[in-house]
Design a protein around this ligand. Structure first.
Ligand SMILES: Cc1cc2nc3c(=O)[nH]c(=O)nc-3n(C[C@H](O)[C@H](O)[C@H](O)COP(=O)(O)O)c2cc1C
Length: 361
């Protein structure tokens, strides 16, 4: 899909707010299960993301996790990692409040509630997107979270545009949207696909526009199909949302935040990063992953991201194939030497809609 960005950019963008938190740029790192850990968030922020959201966590998990060992990274918030949102998913309104309090203690600045996850286990467990079918329970969850955390902590919601395309589903969407704002939420992220749709077909941006018009000055973040800097700016221009949450388009491509920012300011977007720039960021990312998970577990994690970084490489197909064969540190070193030792122009990544199997909210 190509996007036309008009030269008439939004005049004098002077930031937007999530509760008392002022954000100077509309480009946000989306919550991404399996990806938006501390390492990815640190890179996104360095490239210009104004706000980042951690991977979704189950309320029960948050209430029980020790915060150390293999799962410790979920609750990790570093000094430079602000403002950062934590996202909660669950079934029972009663367990959300204590979990939200624990996340605030861990240092998260915003508590986001997930009403979007379409995966079978979430729907079967009456969590995530399932709540779009029951506005009363959804609003009770939001109210409980709002009551549990201090006033200074904004509570937000992430929603898909409904369970499906029936008029009833649409009515329930707006009932939850209005009810959540009435219960005191400070912003809502809307992904313009239905739960039933999962990732088939486009995110309906016209719906985002309608939602933003409906809520007026309240904060709405848009989501869906943000794979290029042009798409990020086009969503802002076409829908009027206050910010955009970049998801699949930012995996293995933190440069998208910098490029979108340039475009938004009316500057040339620049070239895609050269292979030397890619290597340098891959190494930086690896070091952050080492810190997050410990060196023993980090090779598998950087490999997962490496497949995505490969989209920017002129020999992307071969890099991906080699990435699949990385089994140890020597293989990794060898891959960097083979593909990243010469400085070559990078490529604009193709749209990658394949990564949809985890909690694709
Ligand atoms: C692998 C994967 C994991 C995701 N995890 C989360 C999550 O934890 N919380 C959430 O709110 N959305 C999650 N999402 C949804 C994204 O934040 C985003 O709304 C969606 O991918 C649409 O944006 P895109 O088309 O630009 O990727 C996930 C999506 C993918 C593909």
């Amino acid at each position: 899909m190509s996007f036309s960005v008009t030269s008439e950019l939004k005049p004098a963008f002077d930031g937007f707010k999530i509760g008392g938190i002022e954000l100077g740029s509309p480009f946000v790192q989306a919550a991404l299960s399996g990806y938006s850990d501390w390492a990815m968030r640190a890179l996104a922020r360095r490239f210009g993301a104004s706000y980042t959201i951690a991977e979704v966590m189950l309320d029960r998990f948050v209430n029980e996790v020790r915060g150390t060992g293999k799962t410790g990274h979920y609750l990790r918030v570093e000094e430079g990692d602000h403002p950062v949102g934590a996202q909660l998913m669950g079934a029972d309104p009663a367990t959300f409040g204590p979990a939200a309090q624990r996340l605030v203690q861990a240092g998260f600045d915003v508590i986001d509630v997930n009403f979007g996850c379409p995966v079978r286990t979430a729907m079967g467990g009456c969590r995530g997107g399932y709540h779009l079918s029951q506005p009363e329970v959804a609003i009770e969850i939001v109210s409980r979270v709002r009551a549990a955390v201090p006033d200074r902590i904004p509570v937000t919601v992430k929603m898909r545009r409904g369970i499906d395309d029936t008029p009833e589903s649409r009515d329930r969407f707006f009932e939850i949207l209005d009810g959540a704002f009435a219960a005191g939420v400070s912003g809502i992220t809307v992904h313009g696909r239905t739960v039933e749709q999962k990732y088939r077909g486009p995110s309906r941006w016209s719906f985002l526009k309608e939602v933003k018009q409906h809520v007026g000055s309240r904060t709405i973040l848009g989501s869906g199909d943000l794979f290029s800097p042009e798409a990020c700016v086009a969503m802002l221009q076409q829908t009027g949302v206050d910010g955009v949450t970049i998801a699949r388009g930012a995996i293995g491509n933190p440069w998208i935040f910098e490029q979108a920012t340039r475009l938004w300011r009316g500057e040339p977007v620049g070239n895609p990063p050269s292979t030397f720039e890619q290597r340098s960021v891959l190494q930086e990312h690896r070091a952050l992953i080492d810190e997050t998970y410990g060196a023993g577990r980090s090779l598998g994690v950087i490999r997962k991201f490496g497949f995505k970084y490969a989209r920017l490489h002129p020999e992307g197909v071969d890099v991906r194939a080699a990435m699949g064969g990385v089994r140890n540190e020597n293989d990794w070193k060898h891959l960097l030497q083979r593909f990243y030792a010469e400085d070559r122009p990078g490529c604009w990544p193709e749209v990658d809609e394949t990564q949809t199997e985890e909690c694709g909210v």
